[in-house]
Ligand binder design. Structure first.
Ligand SMILES: NC(=O)c1ccc[n+]([C@@H]2O[C@H](COP(=O)([O-])OP(=O)(O)OC[C@H]3O[C@@H](n4cnc5c(N)ncnc54)[C@H](O)[C@@H]3O)[C@@H](O)[C@H]2O)c1
Length: 266
């Protein structure tokens, strides 16, 4: 219940999916939550949900690709709650209709993906770290993706920028570890967010399950629980690491389905 008692956690992309689940679960563990999103109504709804459950929350409108806007979000967090102990740089993504293969990639989309995933992580951390140093420590949690660990036929930018987030995580951990600032990343696999449920047909979602070692897809809470762990002192000896939370999608050989068929009947 009190794993994050008296801590302030700023979560970007808190208006939806995994970010909203992180806001709710961190609040349940005692954190004061800053729900930051460029969708003001969505940030306000997350804050309302947190407060309705008995927590404290501040909704903040932010564009994580913009330096001044990010600085203002961090200042609002510190101004309201007096500290910033946890930062989740959660916003990210790319548009799979424009982020195609090497030759057909829309270069504007590439630049957008760099800004949304890498620049945002860098800016959020740059503005948060001085407050964490002043407080004697803190925890930064970056959202990577399994897409940053393997090659793909589509979304060449997305894979590259998520791989960059992993290296950024290690450098921040090395540079500010001596001040007690930890920095880790989470790489979600397929997660049933509202966006995924709305955009993919049921048979495609069913097929996605078949890629996991576990027989189900992840929920936003599955990722958010990992973020709570990384925010809490339970992970105080963990820094610069990538936790892959993917139901075993990236641990198995692509030959598994064929080899399963070779097994004698149980
Ligand atoms: N859902 C998955 O299966 C999955 C898998 C791997 C990684 N991820 C990563 O998780 C993160 C978010 O995923 P999600 O599924 O929760 O997404 P989502 O679309 O449900 O939520 C993203 C939130 O970010 C906000 N946002 C978008 N651009 C913004 C900006 N410039 N400034 C501030 N807020 C902005 C949106 O308004 C939205 O509320 C991304 O980094 C994504 O790459 C998701």
């Amino acid at each position: 219940m009190d794993r994050l008692k008296d801590r302030t956690a700023l979560i970007t992309g808190a208006g939806s999916g995994i970010g909203r689940a992180a806001a709710e679960l961190m609040s349940r563990e005692g954190a004061r939550v800053v729900a930051a999103d460029h969708d003001t109504a969505a940030a306000e709804e997350t804050a309302r949900l947190v407060e309705a459950a008995g927590g404290r929350a501040l909704p903040v409108t932010v564009d994580v690709t913009d330096d001044a806007s990010t600085a203002a979000a961090v200042a609002a967090a510190v101004g309201e709650f007096g500290s910033l102990d946890v930062l989740c740089n959660h916003v990210g993504g790319s548009d799979p209709r424009k982020d195609l293969d090497l030759l057909r990639l829309d270069m504007d989309e590439f630049e957008r993906a760099v800004a949304l995933n890498v620049r945002s992580t860098l800016l959020g951390s740059r503005h948060a770290v001085p407050h964490m140093i002043e407080a004697g420590g803190g925890s930064i949690i970056n959202t990577a993706s399994v897409a940053g660990l393997v090659g793909d036929v589509l979304q060449i930018s997305y894979g590259a920028v998520k791989a960059a987030v992993v290296n950024l995580t290690k450098s921040i951990a090395v540079q500010y570890g001596p001040h007690g600032v930890r920095c880790n990343a989470v790489a979600p696999g397929a997660v049933m967010t509202p966006a995924l449920r709305d955009n993919l047909p049921g048979d495609v979602i069913e097929a996605l399950k078949g890629y996991n070692a576990l027989p189900y897809l992840g929920s936003p809470e599955d990722i958010a629980h990992t973020m709570v762990f990384l925010a809490s002192d339970e992970s105080r000896y963990l820094t610069g690491q990538l936790l892959v939370v993917d139901g075993g999608m990236t641990i198995q050989s692509p030959a598994v389905p064929g080899r399963r068929a070779m097994l004698p009947p149980a």
